[in-house]
Design a binder for this molecule. Structure first.
Ligand SMILES: [Zn+2]
Length: 349
């Protein structure tokens, strides 16, 4: 699933991850950089900056930006402003990584999520790849992952009682319970000016990201909230998957979410035992989606058909479709959420 990344890609991912962390600090009402700390900036941003600085010195003999704040400012304007070669990675140099100096863009968030899902494997940091490794290592049933992920996606603010119920109803969770603790953190200050989203548990910037079914302000006090990695890598991407799961179950199909440790998002089995595999992607950037899917495939889980599915509200935008079509070279068809439902219905008849 994880493919080799070029040095430039890693640099960009670290930059985005660092920017996301800075934005999160600001959202929480904390200073963007910790003046008296030995490490004032988030580690990934520091690493990205170090790499860029070295390049500038090697190339120009001088530092181009003397402080990391200039880098952040440069990222706001465009990646191109930082380094021309680097902008080839981002096909829209006019698409900034930060928007209005207030929040990370969708593009930025998508790159940052790659940091949590793959780059951190080496550093053993993010709990998501570690959870998968633990399940493999101890030969736990693959359903452990599904139960874990579904609980987190459906319970952004779990109470002690929710957690106790989960564990008593699913004894297989016991072995990986420490990861459950890592998915959440103590609630940050909540205010009317900066409310949390009821559905995804992030600060309410999902509205600007147009995430369907998201973006209603939370109107109660909570003790635990999902960490940013949980919001961007687990909860937000799961919304379309849970929607489709519900729909297919209502149609009487046998559905499995994230089968074989996430080899697909959904595996549906028709009454005649025919199997379809679906990967659903709710991504704001059609460029990044095409680039990713060009290298992606759905492994064999017994399916006769595979589909990539995008929510209607993204797919129906002509610009989104046109950008995707011009960059996608893969074989698996990309269709809209309502189209997959239509095709499943037709196949049921
Ligand atoms: Zn939300």
């Amino acid at each position: 699933m994880t493919k080799e990344k070029s040095e430039d890609e890693i640099l960009l991912i670290k930059l985005c991850k660092g920017l996301m962390e800075i934005c999160d600090r600001i959202n929480r009402g904390e200073p963007a950089y910790l003046v008296n700390d030995y490490q004032p900036f988030p580690q990934p941003l520091y690493e990205a900056f170090e790499k860029l600085s070295l390049r500038w010195i090697l190339r120009d003999g001088v530092m181009r930006h003397s402080s990391i704040l200039n880098l952040v400012e440069a990222a706001r304007n465009s990646v191109q402003a930082v380094e021309a070669d680097f902008s080839e990675l981002v096909d829209f140099p006019d698409q900034p990584l930060l928007e209005e100096m207030t929040r990370a863009s969708e593009e930025c968030e998508e790159y940052a999520s790659e940091y949590s899902l793959s780059l951190e494997i080496d550093n053993n940091q993010s709990y998501i790849p570690r959870l998968m490794n633990e399940i493999k290592k101890f030969n736990l049933p693959h359903s452990t992952y599904t139960i874990f992920r579904r609980f987190i996606a459906e319970n952004p603010f779990p109470s002690e009682l929710d957690l106790a119920l989960l564990r008593s109803q699913n004894p297989e969770i016991e072995r990986v319970k420490e990861f459950l603790g890592e998915a959440h953190q103590d609630a940050p200050p909540q205010s009317d000016a900066m409310p949390l989203c009821k559905t995804c548990g992030g600060y309410l910037d999902c509205a600007a990201r147009e995430i369907e079914g998201c973006c209603e302000p939370l109107d109660r006090r909570v003790e635990k909230v999902p960490i940013p990695d949980t919001v961007i890598c687990l909860i937000r991407p799961s919304l379309i998957e849970l929607r489709l799961n519900k729909k297919f179950e209502e149609m009487g199909l046998e559905v499995e979410l994230w089968p074989n440790l996430d080899q697909a998002d959904l595996k549906i089995t028709f009454p005649n035992q025919e199997v379809w595999a679906i990967d659903a992607k709710d991504w704001g950037s059609a460029t990044k989606l095409a680039r990713e899917l060009n290298q992606d495939t759905i492994p064999n889980i017994g399916q006769s058909k595979s589909f990539f599915v995008v929510p209607d509200y993204r797919f129906n935008k002509l610009k989104y479709q046109a950008i995707f079509a011009s960059k996608y070279t893969g074989k698996i068809p990309l269709i809209s959420e309502s189209e997959i439902i239509k095709r499943v219905k037709r196949n049921l008849k």
